[in-house]
Design a protein around this ligand. Structure first.
Ligand code: CP
Ligand code: NVA
Length: 300
């Protein structure tokens, strides 16, 4: 079975560090591997996207390959045919499959039955490429430290779960400020707590989460597939808004991250998003670089 990225914990800590190193070399132009030369790669999207679609298509081209965009409604994974059949057929045509969908189990089944690497481009459970790119952005924009303090305020979602996955491998002081019933996945949370090199805090107090943090991070209150819960989430999470008064509680050199797309004026204010501490567009750019490194690593 080839290596795949279904979630960050598919890698070891050493492998994650190797990918950061590879990313640095590829981003600077020191090396330019072409592991997809002469091949195609399928990009399956059952949900909408700007960053993931474009950064994967560009990245696949820069690795020498040709991207093929496929919509979820077209292939109807698991409906028109089994995930296993689709995985085996696609593996005969392409050198890699990237997928954005709802169920994590669909991504894991693809990885089980495909004979080419699978890369998770977001599920309801996790968004591994995002958080690997975000940590890489921290390495570029923050002074070197053994353990960074990351405060995540807002909905406990796929982004939060992926931070927890990272914390189960890389030492992190990770604090989550969220409402009682918007907490992240319980088993992923327990796994992260089991890493004695990381400290995990879940609190209902956004200021307790943000205090002295190196990074303050937020994401939309209602994720894709949950937009019908928008009003309910908004009323539960409005006190977790990333605004200037929350940012003041963080370290004075803290940076602001958001995976985007942002709902300005909801989970983040314009003032913070466009302010001097925001690195959200550098963060978006790094999706391209980290995904190229991830694909090159999986294809080596
Ligand atoms: N951050 C992110 O994955 O953006 P898209 O939903 O636009 O791909
Ligand atoms: N939590 C968000 C992330 C978007 C990149 C969602 O799933 O919609």
């Amino acid at each position: 079975m080839p290596r795949s990225l279904c979630q960050i914990t598919d890698f070891t800590k050493d492998e994650v560090l190797q990918i950061f190193d590879l990313c640095k070399k590829m981003k600077s132009g020191e090396i330019a591997p072409k592991p997809l030369a002469g091949k195609s790669a399928a990009c399956i999207f059952a949900k909408e996207s700007l960053r993931t679609r474009i950064s994967f298509e560009v990245g696949i081209s820069e690795l020498g390959g040709s991207p093929i965009y496929v919509t979820g409604g077209e292939i109807k994974l698991g409906e028109r045919e089994t995930v296993s059949d689709a995985a085996q057929v696609l593996s005969r045509y392409v050198g890699l499959i990237m997928i954005r969908t709802f169920k994590q189990s669909d991504v894991e089944d693809l990885a089980k039955y495909a004979s080419v690497p699978i890369v998770n481009g977001l599920t309801d459970l996790v968004h591994p490429c995002q958080i690997m790119g975000d940590y890489y952005t921290m390495l570029e924009h923050l002074p070197k430290k053994d353990k960074y303090t990351v405060a995540y305020v807002g909905d406990g979602n796929n982004i939060t779960n992926s931070w927890l996955n990272l914390a189960s491998l890389i030492p992190l002081d990770f604090r989550i400020g969220t409402a009682e019933d918007c907490r992240p996945d319980a088993s992923i949370l327990e796994k992260a707590k089991a890493n004695s090199d990381s400290n995990i805090l879940v609190t209902a107090d956004p200021k307790e989460a943000a205090k002295g943090a190196d990074v303050i991070y937020t994401d939309v209150w209602a994720s894709m597939g949950q937009k019908h819960l928008k009003e309910e989430k908004e009323s539960k999470l409005k006190k977790y808004q990333l605004n200037s008064s929350l940012l003041e509680v963080a370290d004075s050199n803290a940076i602001v991250l958001h995976c985007l797309p942002a709902e300005r004026g909801k989970e983040i204010t314009d003032e913070v998003m466009d302010g001097p501490q925001s690195r959200v567009f550098d963060q978006a750019e790094n999706r391209l670089h980290i995904q190229k490194a991830i694909m090159a690593f999986l294809l080596q």
